[in-house]
Design a protein around this ligand. Structure first.
Ligand SMILES: Cc1cc2nc3c(=O)[nH]c(=O)nc-3n(C[C@H](O)[C@H](O)[C@H](O)COP(=O)(O)O)c2cc1C
Length: 175
């Protein structure tokens, strides 16, 4: 039996090559299956970064120095005040969050009570470092941070196991 919970989760994500978008799709379906309404927003730079990304000086500057970039949202600006909890999902770039997600966190999430950060990466990434970065951007650490690295992302059992902590936490928040 599906238990209906009259609350909404908002997912805001950036994905340059599809990995984070894939994980967001899994989270969204798991939440929907639990009867939870989800609004999904894609955030991206107004001027998307051109390849080769690792050699793009704007990537380096925005990621490590500016800590953001001018962004736009699809399908539109997120209605954050209507979200019971927010998931911010990002690829790891240079050990931290990609610039569009940094910008989103700084501008939109200062008063978000329940924030969960989900990242994807090639190598194992440090959630404590990500938490500190998030605290710098919005004034508070996220409630939870999980990373899915390249050794896990193609293994659906592992992905589901990591994401179970996210789904479980959201169910607790909405209870
Ligand atoms: C500019 C750039 C920097 C990256 N830096 C890291 C890094 O520091 N550590 C890591 O494990 N992966 C790094 N990656 C790999 C991405 O985090 C990884 O491929 C991620 O899953 C991509 O997500 P996406 O497909 O949603 O864009 C980097 C990728 C790019 C393009």
């Amino acid at each position: 039996m599906v238990v209906r919970i009259a609350s909404k989760i908002c997912i805001v994500y950036y994905s340059r090559t599809g990995n984070t978008e894939y994980i967001v799709g899994i989270i969204r379906r798991a939440l929907n299956d639990a009867g939870i309404e989800v609004d999904t927003y894609r955030v991206q730079p107004v001027r998307e970064y051109s390849k080769p990304l690792h050699l793009n000086p704007r990537v380096l500057f925005d990621t490590l120095m500016r800590g953001g970039t001018t962004t736009m949202f699809d399908p539109g600006e997120p209605a954050i005040e209507q979200c019971s909890a927010v998931i911010a999902a990002s690829p790891i770039w240079m050990g931290t969050l990609a610039p569009p997600v940094q910008e989103f966190l700084r501008k939109y999430t200062a008063s978000v009570r329940h924030l969960i950060v989900v990242t994807t990466s090639v190598l194992a990434a440090s959630c404590s470092k990500i938490k500190r970065r998030v605290e710098k951007l919005r004034g508070a650490e996220p409630a939870l941070c999980v990373n899915i690295d390249g050794s896990m992302i193609r293994d659906r059992t592992k992905v589901d196991s990591i994401l179970s902590s996210v789904i479980g936490r959201l169910k607790d928040i909405l209870r």
